[in-house]
Design a protein. Structure first.
Length: 131
């Protein structure tokens, strides 16, 4: 039962606050790693230099992986609060729809984190000549 599962934990709202702190922490650490990886792969470039090849197209897409992960994780937390409120107010249908939305945001978070992992692995494979 969804309702008993949610309220079995003493304070799910407090747990979500701790989760927001965890999101901020991993976003900070991963941003340093992702920026370094992105710069290593891109190399020295200027805006609009016309070097639009397959590699740069995918690099630009992977550049959005971390924001996707972070915003999806925050949206997941918001939807978790909505589910808790809906179940508390006995709005079962809206609670279940919110739970589905929460699952979609969870998938977005996982896809974003996978993209960051691909970016980091790709940067390790790039050979950067020593100056």
């Amino acid at each position: 039962n969804l309702e008993t599962g949610i309220f079995q934990f003493a304070s799910p709202r407090v747990a979500l606050l701790f989760d927001v702190a965890l999101i901020a922490t991993y976003a900070y650490v991963l941003s340093w790693l992702a920026v370094r990886a992105f710069a290593r792969i891109a190399g020295l470039r200027r805006a609009g230099d016309g070097a639009e090849d397959f590699r740069m197209t995918w690099l630009n897409r992977l550049g959005w992986a971390l924001p996707l992960a972070v915003f999806s994780d925050v949206a997941e937390n918001v939807m978790t609060l909505v589910v808790i409120q809906c179940i508390s107010a006995n709005w079962q249908l809206l609670g279940k729809l919110s739970a589905v939305a929460m699952s979609v945001f969870t998938a977005g978070n996982l896809i974003g984190l996978l993209g960051v992992l691909v970016l980091l692995i790709w940067s390790l494979a790039v050979h950067v000549p020593k100056p």
